[in-house]
Ligand binder design. Structure first.
Ligand code: NAD
Length: 263
């Protein structure tokens, strides 16, 4: 049985994780943390009925309350680095869905994990379709180097561009074998051409009604190729989160991207 602590358990993603872990036979929620819901029963907060697990106000209390194998974190970018340092320093495995960790912070966590024996998975996107979209984009970019990304999310998302768009751009930048064509356009409105990350242009749309969507547009001579993925609800992330909880103990060190856990 895998003992799971859900950090951010009262949030939109965190409560989905509590319900998903609760539904599995080989894992169980043993602790929950969320300062916004401290003192409440995690089952009541997530619609499962009383589970007898009180939501702790902070990670220290949550980790002290139970024997935890894996912490799943869906909190927010302003606290994720501190959260990860606390968990990794205790040698506990961690599955991170929260976006916003920089490359330097990932490096620091990786070094810490090497010392404490903690395994870390950071996945900007747990949705299988989105992970496959990244893989395919990488393959296409080898032959079609001219590409832009449009990512579309709800207006309550904290960060822009999305972690998935950045990871897609990194993969495309590494895969391109030739330089993209020169962009001849000069902006008359700052920002109208989007932002560049790793040399790939990203456009971030934020509107009520969207969940999480991404298009990757490739342009060639006399042809275009467009890939689109849509996450229609937060349940779409759960098969990936469950897979990560199950496999994190097999993958030492820090792994970036769920695709590395796919056989
Ligand atoms: P949310 O605001 O609904 O939930 C965040 C929860 O974290 C809140 O309940 C808040 O009280 C709690 N929290 C804040 N500080 C905390 C702390 N220090 N310790 C513990 N809990 C704390 O947000 P959300 O929509 O659930 O998204 C959470 C994060 O997950 C965001 O960074 C979002 O971008 C990311 N996300 C990732 C994926 C993915 O596939 N990787 C998918 C969706 C969302």
């Amino acid at each position: 049985m895998i003992n799971v602590l859900v950090n951010g358990a009262g949030g939109r993603m965190g409560s989905e994780v509590v319900r998903a872990v609760h539904a599995e036979k080989d894992m169980t929620v043993v602790a929950a943390v969320d300062p916004g819901h401290a003192g409440e029963d995690v089952g009541q907060v997530t619609g499962l009925g009383n589970l007898g697990i009180t939501i702790a106000p902070d990670l220290e209390t949550g980790l002290a309350n139970a024997k935890v194998d894996v912490v799943v974190d869906f909190t927010n970018p302003s606290v994720i680095f501190e959260n990860a340092r606390k968990v990794v320093s205790k040698g506990v495995h961690m599955v991170i869905g929260t976006t916003g960790l920089t490359a330097e912070q990932r490096e620091e966590l990786s070094e810490m994990a090497a010392k404490t024996g903690s395994h870390i998975l950071i996945a900007p996107n747990f949705c299988m379709g989105a992970v496959l979209l990244m893989k395919v984009s990488e393959e296409i970019a080898r032959y079609m180097p001219d590409v832009e990304i449009i990512e579309l999310h709800h207006n309550h998302k904290y960060d822009a561009p999305s972690g998935t768009a950045k990871l897609t751009a990194e993969k495309i930048a590494r895969a391109r074998q030739t330089a993209p064509a020169e962009d001849m356009t000069r902006e008359s409105l700052p920002g109208v051409r989007g932002g560049k990350y790793e040399g790939v242009t990203i456009h971030s749309v934020r509107l009520p009604g969207y969940v999480a969507h991404q298009e990757v547009l490739f342009g060639g001579y006399g042809e275009t190729l467009t890939l689109r993925h849509d996450s229609l609800n937060r349940q779409s992330f759960m098969p990936g989160v469950i897979l990560a909880v199950r496999k994190v103990s097999d993958h030492p060190g820090l792994t970036y991207g769920l695709e590395n856990y796919l056989e």
